[in-house]
Ligand binder design. Structure first.
Ligand code: TRP
Length: 470
């Protein structure tokens, strides 16, 4: 009894000190910086490439509008209404106890994503370093075959080398540790507010240069030509998975960031702006990559290697190419690091508020686990690197479990909680900032999507991914 009371007093202390972002712009950049990441630069172009171009983008846009956006708004709602971490939030909102599982699933899936996300971020940092050293300069003077051979080998050693990939993975981990320890305002807000504009500038520079290449029109055609016959169930599933991953939803990231949103912020407006800007970034990156791919006669279906092989290969052949490669990997490192911040903040906020651990200790704990588990499981040369579970390496397994299972399930539960276990008046009050915003109709549309269409779509796609719909 006394212990419980003491715990509550402690909890209240933590609650009083709870930080928020300081302005609408800060909220926008922080949430957008979570969304914009390797998903835009690494996953989006390669998935567009392997799934046939424009038609995939169309399906993706529909998935984002009808499914991801309502889930994102629901997460913001849960976060700001409760002002707690993902687990505490459901308690605070008097959810049936079952929903606490959503919070725990979020903590688990953000950790799983972190393990492989930090590995890929490590590769990006190592490519940035290679570019600065000038390693890619000579590619331009080789024949295309020789250059392709060389760059493929470079990729293999980067991900399969003995020690170096593990060391590279530690670099983003270290940066993120420092920023998250500094806190919500001094860390996340400061870094994202200064870095996001730089990131945009770098993306625009790359895109403008790429669009001046000979093959630009073919690249644009590929991105914008819509051939509806290429739409298949598996492509729809892939688009939905990407739509979840892209907007950082379905794992509690936006609940956690939502809990730091200021009271006067229009959360629906912010979600909309984040969705639009993020999609624009993806398409701009596509416009930077595909013209180059076509100019040099490469296949757009390279998959994940598109970023690591194609970028150095093609950019080394154009004027100022090496500088462009540096810019490209710099922007990718920035984007990856900022997305990692939002992944780490989920378990960190949980540990601070639910287990009463200090921020610094929580961050060091989570990042040490990420370093150890991530490094051991992700790299082929490490002790656990070659183990296959269900025919998948740990890298693919973590990606599969988080993207194809945990995200849709958690997203579904989040939206069901808002649609069926929350008072309608609470939703209207929260999303209209106690009726100071005139957005009744927008909320109404959101509510209908959240209650009926989005859950059904998520369920269908999820069951299909498990092979249960034949
Ligand atoms: N959205 C990021 C990207 O596109 C990745 C990311 C950050 C993420 N936080 C997340 C994905 C939370 C899923 C859940 O790269």
């Amino acid at each position: 009894m006394i212990l419980k009371e003491m715990k509550n007093i402690e909890k209240n202390k933590v609650q009083k000190k709870r930080e928020t972002f300081s302005s609408g712009i800060a909220v926008f950049f922080a949430t957008l910086s979570s969304a914009v990441g390797l998903g835009n630069i690494w996953k989006f172009p390669s998935m567009v490439g392997t799934n046939g171009g424009g038609a995939f983008i169309l399906v993706y846009l529909v998935a984002v509008l009808l499914v991801s956006l309502p889930v994102m708004i629901s997460e913001f709602y849960i976060g700001r209404r409760s002002r707690r971490n993902t687990v505490g939030a459901f308690d605070k909102l008097n959810a049936p106890p079952f929903f606490k599982i959503v919070g725990y699933l979020g903590v688990i899936s953000t950790s799983l994503i972190l393990f492989f996300y930090s590995a890929v971020s490590g590769w990006v940092y190592s490519y940035l370093f290679k570019a600065i050293k000038g390693d890619f300069k000579e590619l331009g003077s080789l024949t295309m075959d020789q250059a392709t051979d060389k760059i493929t080998k470079a990729f293999d050693t980067t991900i399969g080398g003995n020690i170096s990939p593990m060391l590279w993975q530690l670099i983003p981990i270290l940066f993120v540790t420092i920023i998250i320890i500094a806190g919500v305002k001094q860390g996340i807000e400061k870094v994202t507010k200064t870095s996001m504009p730089i990131l945009f500038l770098l993306i625009i520079i790359t895109c403008v240069i790429a669009l001046s290449l000979d093959g630009a029109s073919q690249g644009i055609d590929f991105l914008l030509k819509i051939d509806l016959s290429t739409i298949t169930p598996s492509m729809v599933l892939a688009a939905l998975g990407l739509a979840f991953f892209k907007l950082s939803i379905g794992v509690g990231t936006m609940i956690t960031y939502g809990s730091y949103i200021t009271d006067d912020n229009s959360m629906i407006g912010n979600a909309f702006k984040v969705m639009l800007s993020d999609t624009l970034v993806s398409i701009t990156v596509g416009l930077a990559i595909f013209p180059a791919v076509f100019t040099f006669g490469l296949e757009p279906t390279e998959g994940p290697a598109l970023l690591f092989n194609t970028i150095p290969l093609v950019f080394s052949r154009i004027p100022f190419g090496n500088l462009l490669i540096i810019i490209f990997f710099l922007l990718t490192s920035l984007a990856a690091t900022m997305s990692m911040l939002s992944l780490v903040e989920v378990p960190v906020a949980f540990l601070i508020e639910e287990v009463n651990i200090k921020r610094k200790t929580a961050v060091i704990f989570i990042m040490s686990i990420t370093a150890i588990v991530g490094v051991l499981t992700v790299h082929p040369q490490s002790i656990l690197g070659n183990i296959k579970v269900l025919g998948l390496s740990f890298f693919d397994l973590f990606d599969y479990i988080s993207s194809n299972i945990l995200m849709p399930v958690t997203g579904l539960l989040i939206i069901i909680f808002v649609g069926y276990f929350t008072r309608k008046s609470d939703i209207y009050n929260e999303l209209s900032n106690n009726h100071s915003l005139r957005n009744k109709w927008t909320i109404r549309i959101f509510y209908l999507l959240a209650k009926y269409l989005a859950p059904i779509l998520i369920l269908i796609v999820f069951l299909n991914s498990l092979g249960l719909l034949g």
